[in-house]
Ligand binder design. Structure first.
Ligand SMILES: Cc1cc2nc3c(=O)[nH]c(=O)nc-3n(C[C@H](O)[C@H](O)[C@H](O)COP(=O)(O)O)c2cc1C
Length: 193
């Protein structure tokens, strides 16, 4: 079982880095699952500019970064998206990374962790993302963590300064792994019939 944690902000001073630094050690407590941080800084995709949609391209990307992104996402069984909120939606860089692929996402679950420097916690970005991923035939989970006042909650090293998310993270992971396992089994059965 492989879970990809996608960090959806690439700014040099991104606050999403605090969330990833806090989250990854927490996730290492979940055994029997391989968890990898997928930093969009490592996948500098251009804005989607292929001549056909990813559904039509069927994996035949011309862009070399897209090929690397495609192989990585295809190897995963489920995802956690760490998303900021930019103008009540997710970041352009995360939406673009979603738009670049199709089959690689299909029938895989995704849970969301959002954050913001205010009381909103990025919840509106997550609501939009849930709609976006349905079009990719993903299974968006109800479980989510919305980190409010992120600058007061996590320091630059990812240390938790206030609040506690342990129970919500366990619930989120239980659901994510249930769906990842169920859908992986179903995908494999479909391949063998
Ligand atoms: C272009 C832009 C739009 C933003 N829009 C919102 C918004 O709609 N709601 C909100 O709560 N915060 C908004 N913010 C504040 C971000 O939540 C905050 O800057 C956060 O740290 C961004 O994540 P990052 O630092 O990981 O890039 C916005 C920030 C930027 C740069």
């Amino acid at each position: 079982m492989k879970i990809g944690v996608i960090l959806g902000s690439i700014r040099d001073i991104r606050r999403g880095g605090r969330v990833a630094k806090w989250l990854m050690p927490q996730l290492s407590k979940f055994k029997a699952v391989e968890i990898e941080l997928l930093d969009l800084k490592d996948y500098p995709l251009p804005f989607f500019n292929e001549s056909n949609s990813p559904e039509g391209l069927k994996g035949e990307y011309t862009n070399t970064v897209a090929k690397k992104w495609s192989a990585k996402i295809a190897s995963m069984d489920g995802f956690i998206f760490i998303t900021p909120e930019y103008n009540h939606g997710t970041s352009a860089v995360l939406k673009n990374a979603l738009d670049w692929l199709y089959y690689e996402w299909v029938r895989k679950p995704v849970a969301f962790i959002s954050y913001s420097p205010n009381a909103a916690g990025g919840v509106r970005a997550v609501e939009q993302l849930r709609q976006n991923v349905i079009e990719l035939q993903m299974a968006p989970l109800r479980e989510a963590i919305h980190i409010t006042y992120v600058l007061d909650t996590l320091d630059e090293q990812g240390n938790l300064l206030k609040g506690h998310f342990d129970e919500r993270l366990v619930k989120l992971m239980e659901e994510l792994l249930w769906w990842a396992n169920a859908l992986k089994t179903a995908r494999n059965e479909a391949l063998n019939t």
